[in-house]
Design a protein around this ligand. Structure first.
Ligand code: CA
Length: 360
């Protein structure tokens, strides 16, 4: 079986999505997406920096092409835009691989230990809200059928602004939800080490499922101090890209849970390398994921193959405006999502709907 890549295009959508399409001469096309850090920049990077490196190449050569993209552009930055754009192309290449071989991706990634996931509702913006406003959003998600939750403070790198309010917000939401429903807390890097430890003890007493990014993502020593001081699992990793950064995170910060984001950390090819690191250190993987369609599908295929990933999966919730660009959007039901048994990612673009969803 031979195929050649004939084109790589990236489209900004009105939904603040950087959609990647890779076409081949075998009549099969793959789709991917980049983290939407800055959609016009991401699309420009994919088309000008990555496209020339993969045109004419065999789409099945995912590792070789990943290396070509990474080492061919590493002077343009190895965190942020570059690995996230590689992710968009890499996910599309894996989608092609699945379609060419007629297999869902989790099978090509080594086989699923699970294909149905409890999705947790991830609700952000806590820093700018009252506890009552957050409770309202938790209540709405509960009515939508969610069976697991996380509230995020999003303090935008400001530290120790109002830990008392954060805690009051957590307590209010915890009191509303039945005791068996997991509720996690994400400080979004909003605390100093002593505040994080004090806050963590209180969250621990309230039964928080996990405590995410307590301190600055660059403060590996601080993450380690917090993780060492507390029993509640500390998670980190959404600000890390590639295996080399996860190596450093594991060795220096040693969080209890790793959170690679497949649309940020370089796509399937690099996520598999990070998975190997996680398994080497016996660390659970609980992906970071804010993209509810392609990114989410990719993340679930990846997660499906990891025995130590049984925690609920991050989900910002169903989005009709995104689902409509696919002929076969995935179904969120009773708080869970199952990977459909379709080749590749298992998502097909609806060309007419896509046309009206494109920016400009
Ligand atoms: Ca987070």
């Amino acid at each position: 079986m031979t195929a050649k890549i004939t084109d790589v295009r990236a489209y900004p959508l009105k939904t603040r999505t950087a959609l990647v399409r890779v076409s081949t001469d075998a009549g099969v096309e793959g789709i991917g997406e980049c983290s939407p850090m800055n959609v016009p920049i991401m699309c420009h990077f994919v088309e000008t920096a990555l496209r020339p490196l993969v045109l004419g190449q065999d789409p099945l050569d995912t590792e070789r092409l990943w290396d070509a993209m990474y080492f061919g552009t590493h002077k343009l930055g190895t965190g942020g835009v570059q690995p996230s754009c590689i992710a968009g192309v890499d996910i599309a290449l894996w989608d092609i691989k699945g379609k060419l071989l007629g297999q869902p991706l989790y099978r090509l990634l080594g086989g699923a230990v699970r294909t149905t996931f409890t999705m947790y509702k991830s609700i952000g913006g806590g820093g700018a809200m009252t506890p009552d406003a957050m409770l309202e959003l938790v209540r709405e998600a509960w009515d939508q059928g969610f069976k697991a939750f996380k509230i995020r403070m999003d303090w935008q790198y400001r530290q120790d602004v109002d830990p008392e309010k954060d805690l009051a917000m957590y307590r209010l939401c915890r009191d509303f939800l039945p005791a068996e429903i997991p509720l996690s807390f994400d400080a979004n890097n909003g605390y100093t080490v002593p505040t994080a430890i004090r806050q963590g003890r209180k969250l621990e007493a309230l039964g928080a499922a996990h405590f995410e990014e307590p301190v600055a993502p660059t403060n590996y020593e601080g993450i380690r101090q917090v993780a060492d001081a507390l029993d509640i699992p500390i998670s980190a990793g959404e600000h890390e890209y590639t295996r080399w950064q996860f190596r450093d995170l594991i060795l220096s910060a040693r969080p209890d849970i790793l959170q690679p984001d497949i649309v940020k950390c370089g796509g399937f090819t690099e996520a598999l390398r990070i998975k190997a690191l996680a398994e080497t250190w016996d660390l659970p993987v609980m992906p970071h994921m804010t993209q509810p369609t392609i990114g989410n599908a990719a993340s679930l295929h990846f997660c499906a193959t990891i025995p130590l990933s049984s925690r609920p999966h991050e989900y910002t919730g169903p989005r009709a405006d995104l689902d409509r660009i696919f002929t076969d959007p995935w179904e969120f039901q009773d708080g869970t999502m199952s990977i459909p048994d379709r080749p590749g990612l298992g998502l097909t673009l609806d060309e007419r709907a896509l046309e009206s969803a494109r920016e400009g």
